[in-house]
Ligand binder design. Structure first.
Ligand code: ADP
Ligand code: MG
Length: 1329
């Protein structure tokens, strides 16, 4: 498969990155073979042109399909390379919070730095008995697998936990141990599993310390074998430790601590049992204060000590031993505080009575003098003599520290030994599972002897791992019969050889150590000389002559040679040891007792049972060479490692690789750089590499067939599945090297599955797209339809709503308009009315004002007129007066003038006699006139006086009359008053009458009741009668029906008879008719004959009278017509003659026939008559029936009345008897009793009589009532109304009377009338009653 096929556009690749190690990118252009660069698009959107190395022309790694990301097993990834592994781990860890992942047989555990809820007993139970692949990756799954394999294969197992410091090795090992303890349970009651677990706090207290990387870092390697019996129950355990970091006892870097136990003791210094230890705060001791961090967050050392002591007790280390241990530990602390002073440059001294040295000596039971002596001096032995050499201060201090370290190491071993003793068992061990918790590959800035040892150990472990993986692979290939030579795998034997072989690094170091003047530098030179040319894995740094580089499997590590020799020798002042050996303190003696026996200060403890099966013997030659001299640390370590390897190789290993995700102990934070570093170091990537180098992907034929069935055509599928797979695969993958056909499986090289997957995915994608297309279309259409429906519905509702809103709005608007209208109208009306009122008021006021003005003006005018009038009058009068006066004056003047003239004249006259005479005569006339006048007046006077007298007399009479009238009127008034009094009495009477009326009404009511009951009875009787009537009616109906039926039958019969008869007659008639027809035909025949005869006769007559025709010749012009006429006439005649003949022949018959017809008609008539008669009869019968019925009914009624009458008469009779009896009784009483003193009796009798009479009357009344029963009600109503009317009328009248005393007379009349009316009405009522 060409690269160009995979590196197509949109293919995703990993490109190296400085920060993230690997960065994802996408190809934006297809790669063609020979291209110098790739066009990439990074995830952040930037474009990148990746230059390809022209030499190697290596293409970047391809990314796995997303579906594979997050796989439980990294080897399941199709592209197996570092970025894929890293990415998968990262995704699982950060996104899914999954800390465990399989990488083939390796469990990768990433430290979460957060306690997770995945270690409970329920989880243990869940994993117990399960297959590894069935469950999520977990340390429990690995433990379960080991446990299961132990049982299944009867083989010892080991779990190898490795990783950096702080990666979680110890925790993982602890969980594995807990798993075994929980799952297996102990065989005895000794709670061995508890003890196994209890070893942890002890080992942690003495072997763990706080480092910058891990607050609880184990400073030693540990291999613990958990022993099981034949039933796979825990029976015991054994522990081996490796490379305890002794230097920590005397020195700690910044932020680090010494072993926990020191701090635990210092924290509990105040306890009474620790009083003699003379301890105080950890800050008071040099060995505990150098790191300047005596406290760990969240850890209470005092509490931890309790746990430790409890664990000690549990493991059988008694209180006194514990106190001894604590004494030694306290002594170490005190020893550290012993200050060695400089005496001169070559010698040193300890001031006498040093408090700490005293405490030390007392605690370990050694002589102060000896101790202070040998702390500052040393014994030098030569072949001939020994002499004591003083030590310079620095050397003395180093010797002191060496002693401290030595004592601590002894103590550590002693504890391990005792723990093992406590965990050992007598029961025969059947098998074991070892858990190795050992530091992983380390590389620092400056790497020293410790790192060298650690990396050496890891190199060995990696070799073991590789061998194991390789072996497994090989086995699989063998099984599948595939040539295993195809696998190329990394072997780190050269590196191991470089370290441990003869003339190897360690060998040279030992040799250098044995040299009297050996130094680190000379050793380095030796190394360079030996290896630089021969071994490619060994390098010399360019800038340094005191360092060397070893190419380990994981990385290149540069080691500084400084201190290698010293550390390898690990020498202690022998005199000091002797002093210690001479101790009175039991424990110390024990510690130093087997100084010679112990092969390694931190090596395996011999004599622990249960390991006897392991027959790993160290290299004898080397061992003996070591024995010759004191064994160096390197030698010891190599031996113990050899032994460990032997053990591991004899077991089935299980690998747990712990990864520290970041250096800051941050929870779930993934630093890809650090992770890659560790992945490389712990061999995970190597596993991957091995997997990738071979055929990492394996499919059984069945799996392959079912998975890639989609890639096969129908014709490809053969009955033999293997053959099918082979054919198909050959077609799909051209390169034959990319796969191998095994017995049951097909083996693929890395990436082939991805390629096949790609093909499959492509095919599926095409199919999928087609399905999607169809479904999407269908869905879209459905959605569209639904949407449209919904839209329509929404529209409908919305429109409805809008319409309703509009209608509502319009209605409201209209209502508002109306309201407004009315309101406005109201307002306007009010305003108008106000205005009108105001206008009116104004008008009124104005008009009034105007009127007043007018009036005023008028008045004024009037007044003016008046004034004017008066003035004018006055003026006129004035004027007139003046005029008059003037006139008078003028007159006066004139008259005076005239008088003067007259006077003059008269004077002249008077002077004449005549004048006197005349005057006299006039005077006489005048007197006569006056005399006449007086006479007349006297006459009048007399007449008037006479009249006056007459009038006076008439006046007197009139007054007299008037007076009489007055007196009469007064009398009348009095009378009226008395009448008024009478009215009141009448009113009383009226009241009485009313009462009477009510009484009578009550009576009437009772009578009515009685009448009602009577009526009911009558009704009952009536109903009975009705019933009877009904039954009779029914009978009648029955009869009627019967009659009807009969009549019907009759009519039917008659009709039938008639029909028959008519039918008969008709047939007869028909017969007659046919006969008649025959006759007619005969007749015609005869006529014909007759005609013939006639013709013949005519012919004969014609022949006798030939000129006959000529007589008619005059009419020749009309011959034809004539002839015809004549012929016709002749024919007629002839026929008539014929007729006559036939008539003559058939008249009798026709007559007969006619007679018959008339007879028949008569018969018919008679039948009809009969029918009518019958009907009449029937009618009559019915009428008769009716009459009878009516009669019967009348009779019934009569019978009823008769009965009633009878009853009444009987009643009368009875009453009569009663009265008779009473009378007789009365008579008896009058005679027999002779009780004149019994008036009561009489009264009673009277009453009885009266009541009887009344009863009689009532009865009569009742009789009358009954007759009027129906009409009574109406009448009653009418009467009652009348009475009420009357009463109201009375009230009115009374009021009138009271109000108008003047109408007394009228009242009287009314009252009288009323009385009459009342009596009348009562009578009427009575009568009615
Ligand atoms: N599985 C885990 N779950 C939670 N915390 C863990 C887990 N593994 C490790 N740790 C944390 O990391 C710390 C260091 O683990 P430890 O096993 O002591 O490391 P190592 O032994 O590799 O030096 C522990 O104290 C603990 O807090
Ligand atoms: Mg640890």
């Amino acid at each position: 498969m060409a690269a160009s096929e995979l590196y197509t556009k949109a293919a995703r690749v990993w490109i190296p990155d400085a920060e993230d190690v690997w960065k994802s990118a996408e190809l934006i252009k297809d790669y063609k073979n020979g291209d110098a660069s790739l066009q990439l698009l990074l995830e952040d959107g930037t474009n990148l042109e990746l230059k390809l190395d022209p030499k190697t022309n290596n293409l970047p790694y391809l990314r796995n399909p997303d579906i594979l990301v997050g796989e439980n097993d990294l080897t399941a990834l199709s592209y197996l390379h570092e970025p894929a592994v890293l990415h998968n781990l990262k995704v699982r860890f950060t996104d899914s919070k999954l800390i465990y992942t399989y990488c083939g047989i390796v469990l990768v555990a990433i430290n979460p730095y957060e306690s997770l809820p995945i270690y409970g007993s329920d989880i243990i139970n869940a994993y117990s008995g399960q297959n590894m692949g069935d469950m999520d990756p977990h340390i429990f799954a690995v433990a379960e697998e080991a446990y299961k394999q132990m049982a299944r294969d009867e083989r010892n197992q080991s779990i190898i936990v490795s990783g950096e410091s702080g990666a979680g090795k110890t925790v993982s090992a602890k969980y594995a141990m807990r798993y075994f303890a929980t799952v297996s349970g102990s065989a005895s009651d000794a709670n061995i599993e508890e003890k196994v677990l209890a070893s942890n706090p002890i080992m942690e207290a003495i072997g763990n310390a706080k480092t910058t990387r891990n607050d609880n870092s184990s400073r030693f390697g540990k291999y613990i074998e958990i022993g099981f019996d034949s039933r796979y129950r825990i029976i015991g355990a054994n522990m081996r430790t490796y490379l305890l970091e002794k230097s920590r006892v005397v020195f700690q870097a910044d932020e680090e601590r010494n072993y926990h136990i020191f701090y635990q003791l210092c924290a509990a210094a105040h306890l009474p049992e620790f009083k003699n230890l003379r301890l105080s705060s950890a800050n008071d001791f040099l060995y505990t204060r150098q790191g300047r961090s005596p406290v760990i967050d969240g850890v209470d050392d005092a509490k931890e000590l309790c746990t430790t002591r409890h664990a000690f007790t549990l493991l059988g280390i008694n209180e006194s031993s514990q106190v001894g241990l604590f004494q030694v530990l306290a002594a170490i602390l005190h020893l550290g505080n012993v200050e060695i002073k400089e005496r001169d440059s070559d010698s040193s001294l300890i001031p006498p009575n040093n408090r700490h040295l005293t405490a030390f000596c007392e605690l370990v039971g050694v002589a102060y003098q000896d101790m202070s002596q040998w702390l500052c001096h040393r014994k030098l032995k030569t072949a001939t003599e020994t002499y004591i050499k003083p030590l310079p201060r620095l050397q003395a201090t180093n010797a002191r520290d060496a002693l401290s370290k030595h004592v601590y190491a002894k103590l550590f071993n002693w504890i391990v030994e005792h723990v093992n003793k406590a965990l050992v068992t007598n029961v025969k061990q059947h098998s074991f599972i070892g858990v190795l918790d050992i530091y992983g590959f380390e590389t620092f800035e400056i790497n020293s002897f410790e790192q060298f040892c650690i990396n050496y150990a890891n190199e060995k472990l990696q070799q073991q791992f590789n061998m194991h993986v390789f072996k497994l692979e090989q086995e699989e290939y063998m099984r599948e019969q595939i040539p295993w030579t195809l696998i190329d795998f990394y072997d780190n034997q050269p590196c191991i050889n470089l370290i441990e072989a003869k003339m190897g690094v360690l060998d040279l170091l030992d040799e250098e150590c044995r040299m009297p003047k050996g130094s680190d530098d000379s050793w380095a030179q030796k190394l360079y000389n030996t290896h630089l040319k021969t071994c490619s894995l060994f390098e010399k740094p360019r800038m340094s002559n005191r360092a060397f580089i070893i190419q380990h499997f994981a990385d290149k590590v540069e080691y500084q040679c400084d201190g290698f020799l010293e550390k390898n020798k690990d020498t202690v002042n022998e005199e000091q040891i002797n002093v210690m050996k001479a101790s009175k303190f039991d424990l110390l003696v024990q510690l130093f007792h087997d100084e010679e026996k112990v092969t390694s200060p931190t090596g395996p403890v011999p004599g622990t049972g249960g390991r006897t099966r392991l027959s790993i013997k160290p290299d004898k030659s080397r061992d003996s060479s070591c024995k010759e001299h004191k064994k160096t640390v390197g030698c010891q370590f190599r031996n113990s490692l050899q032994m460990l390897m032997g053990t591991l190789n004899a077991t089935t290993p299980h690998y747990v690789r712990c990864i520290k995700p970041n250096d800051f102990k941050l929870a779930f934070s993934f630093d890809p750089k650090r992770a890659v570093q560790q992945l490389r170091a712990c061999g995970v990537l190597e596993t991957i590499r091995i997997s990738a180098a071979g055929f990492p992907s394996r499919w059984t034929y069945q799996e392959f067939f079912s998975r890639y069935r989609v890639l096969m055509k129908q014709k490809d599928v053969l009955p033999d599945m293997k053959l099918t797979c082979k054919n198909v695969l050959e077609k799909l993958v051209e390169d034959q090297d990319k796969y191998q056909f095994g017995k049951t499986k097909i083996f693929f090289r890395a990436g082939q599955v991805a390629y096949l997957e790609k093909l499959r995915a492509d095919k599926l994608r095409v199919a999928c797209i087609r399905i999607q297309k169809t479904i999407r279309c269908w869905l879209a259409r459905k959605k569209f339809l639904r949407k449209r429906g919904a839209a329509i519905t929404i529209q409908r509702f919305t429109r409805g709503y809008q319409a309703r809103c509009l209608a509502k709005f319009m209605r409201r608007t209209q209502a508002a308009t109306i309201i407004q209208k009315y309101q406005r109208m109201c307002v306007e009306k009010k305003r108008y009315q106000q205005k009108q009122a105001a206008a009116l008021a104004m008008q009124t006021i104005l008009r009034a004002y105007q009127a007043r003005q007018l009036y005023q003006t008028l008045l004024r005018e009037h007044k003016a007129v008046l004034i004017q009038k008066h003035i004018r009058g006055w003026l006129a009068r004035c004027w007139y007066k003046r005029c008059l006066e003037a006139i008078v004056y003028l007159q006066c003047c004139i008259r005076r003038m005239r008088a003067k003239r007259e006077l003059k004249k008269l004077k002249i006259e008077a002077r004449s006699v005549e004048h006197f005479k005349k005057l006299n005569k006039g005077m006489e006339n005048k007197i006569m006139q006056l005399q006449r006048k007086i006479d007349e007046q006297n006459k009048d006077h007399r007449l008037i006086s006479e009249k006056l007298v007459g009038l006076e007399s008439s006046y007197a009479t009139e007054t007299e009359r008037m007076r009489a009238e007055l007196s009469r009127l007064r009398g009348v008034e009095e009378d009226a008053r008395s009448r008024a009094n009478q009215v009141s009495s009448l009113l009383e009477e009226l009241e009485k009458l009313k009462k009477e009326l009510s009484v009578t009404q009550q009576e009437k009511k009772s009578i009515e009741d009685w009448a009602h009951t009577y009526r009911n009875q009558m009704e009952k009787v009536l109903s009975e009668l009705k019933d009877e009537n009904g039954s009779l009616k029914k009978e009648k109906d029955d009869l009627n029906r019967r009659i009807q039926e009969q009549s019907q039958q009759m009519t039917e019969k008659m009709a039938r008879a008639i029909a028959q008869e008519t039918h008969q007659l008709e047939t007869e008639l028909n017969e007659e008719r046919s006969r008649y027809q025959n006759l007619l035909s005969d007749h015609l025949h005869l006529e014909e004959k007759y005609d013939d005869l006639k013709e013949e006769m005519a012919r004969s007559s014609n022949m006798s009278k030939p000129g006959h025709r000529r007589t008619d010749s005059t009419h020749s012009s009309n011959e034809s017509e004539y002839t015809y006429n004549s012929e016709y006439a002749e024919l007629e005649e002839g026929s008539r003659a014929g007729e006559d003949m036939t008539r003559g022949i058939d008249t009798s018959l026709t007559l007969k026939l006619q007679k018959r017809v008339t007879e028949l008609e008569q018969e018919k008539q008679s039948l009809r008559n009969e029918l009518e008669n019958k009907e009449e009869q029937f009618q009559r019968a019915r009428a008769r029936d009716d009459a009878e019925f009516r009669k019967a009914r009348g009779a019934e009624l009569e019978y009823e009345s008769l009965k009633r009458q009878e009853l009444e008469s009987e009643n009368k009779k009875l009453r009569h008897d009663l009265s008779e009896m009473r009378r007789s009784l009365l008579a008896d009483a009058a005679t027999g009793a002779g009780a004149p003193g019994s008036p009561a009796y009489k009264v009673l009798l009277d009453q009885l009589n009266a009541s009887c009479e009344e009863l009689e009357v009532r009865k009569e009344e009742v009789l009358i009532l009954r007759s009027q029963l129906v009409s009574q009600k109406e009448a009653m109503h009418h009467k009652v109304r009348m009475v009420l009317h009357l009463l109201t009328f009375q009230g009115d009248v009374i009021n009138l009377i009271c109000a108008q005393p003047a109408f007394v007379l009228l009242t009287q009349q009314f009252v009288a009338k009323l009385h009459q009316k009342q009596t009348g009405s009562r009578n009427g009522l009575k009568c009615e009653a």
